[in-house]
Design a protein around this ligand. Structure first.
Ligand code: NDP
Ligand code: ZN
Length: 351
């Protein structure tokens, strides 16, 4: 079968691979719609997780079940399914401890385009199908539902990590697709003043539509100064980091109030150390909590999140700025994600 792969750090191309093997609990799925992720860009062009050879890319998909193992109970060939980017081993000790995303080791719940072939193939393997697939409900658009694989759960996890409460003043740093979903999630969680940091005009427009009350342009001056000015020197209760780099933690620490929380979901592709400013961190005593996490995956989360689309509380279709038709367009879509033209939020490939 064919797939679009990482051939090595900085190199991608089409490859031939054998049809995936599967065990009694697993499923084989063929993609219906897929989207590339900024994480694929970190993985290939920054070599952020190290060398990977001939590994099919992609971890965001809605697909159709082709085959299931003999012990799979709830899915059968022909079912249309949402496939989360993170597919934990649900019987692992890490899952039992509440950190399924780290089942099998740190970040090892993230399997597609990390430890095994991803979803940019004609077929792909899903471990623990009953725990990791969710039926795509009738009436939910497959392309919009691809955003449930990664963008929605990641952005929302930033909100969970920051533990946003009703009436909190919140700053979301970065309003690419992940940050936009953090803005939407923060609004659903009851943020009051919701500051969104970014510069691309269409991201800014959509951030407002998802609930941002103020836009902070990081290209037009220090974001800490801008936040301090808007909050009359008080700072914000919560920060979600969904963009920037290792230095962004300096700004986040400075702008959050004592007792505040910073939730990071940004994948730090480069830089050896994350920087925390000593004095603004209260010399280590400021009760400014910094939490960073990989999104939770699995079936229950997918089933719950899709209900937000069904009830009209979340419209993910706004993220889909570039639409492609045909399997072979995966290459073009990934390159677009790498080059990030100004009007891009997310490309989608419908197969
Ligand atoms: P984008 O590149 O589309 O968006 C990044 C955002 O950050 C943009 O709004 C950009 O602004 C802004 N930005 C860039 N530099 C700075 C800066 N110095 N200061 C403030 N803002 C800045 O990324 P995505 O939304 O696709 O993804 C965000 C991150 O989340 C990526 O690192 C991705 O790999 C990661 N990720 C993490 C996952 C997890 O489970 N934790 C899962 C999926 C993704 P501008 O408007 O100028 O472009
Ligand atoms: Zn991703």
């Amino acid at each position: 079968m064919k797939g679009y792969a990482m051939l090595g750090i900085g190199k991608t191309g089409w490859i031939e691979k054998s049809y995936p093997k599967y065990g009694p609990l697993d499923a084989i799925v063929k993609p219906i719609a897929v989207s590339p992720c900024t994480s694929d860009v970190h993985t290939v062009w920054e070599g952020a997780i190290g060398e990977r050879k001939d590994m099919i890319l992609g971890h965001e998909a809605v697909g159709e079940v082709v085959e299931v193992g003999e012990l799979v109970r709830d899915f059968k060939p022909g079912d249309k399914v949402i496939v989360p980017a993170i597919t934990p081993d649900w019987n692992s000790l890490q899952s039992q401890a509440g950190y399924s995303m780290h089942s099998g080791g740190m970040l090892a719940g993230w399997k597609f385009s990390n430890f095994k072939d991803g979803v940019f193939g004609e077929f792909f393997h899903v471990n623990d199908a009953d725990g990791n697939l969710a039926i795509l409900p009738e009436g939910v658009d497959a392309a919009a539902a691809v955003m449930l694989s990664d963008m929605v759960p990641t952005g929302f996890h930033g909100v969970e990590l920051a533990d946003i409460q009703f009436g909190d003043d919140v700053c979301v740093i970065g309003i690419g697709p992940v940050g936009l979903m953090a803005v939407a999630g923060a609004a659903l969680r009851g943020a009051s003043n919701l500051y969104a940091v970014g510069s691309r005009p269409n991201c800014v427009k959509i951030a407002r539509e998802y609930g941002a009350t103020d836009i902070i342009n990081y290209r037009e001056g220090d974001i800490v100064e801008q936040i301090m000015e808007k909050t009359h020197g008080k700072g914000v209760d919560r920060v979600v980091i969904a963009g920037g780099d290792v230095d962004t933690f300096i700004q986040a620490t400075k702008m959050v109030k004592p007792g505040g929380r910073i939730g990071n979901v940004n994948y730090l592709g480069s830089g050896d150390y994350v920087k925390i400013p000593r004095a603004e961190w209260g010399c280590g005593m400021g009760h400014k909590v910094i939490a960073g996490g990989l999104m939770p995956g699995g079936r229950l989360r997918m089933e719950k999140l899709v209900t937000l689309m069904q009830t009209g509380r979340l419209d993910t279709s706004k993220l889909l700025t570039h639409k492609f038709k045909g399997f072979e367009k995966m290459e073009e879509a990934l390159m677009l994600m790498k080059d990030k033209p100004k009007d891009l939020i997310k490309p989608i490939v419908i197969i």
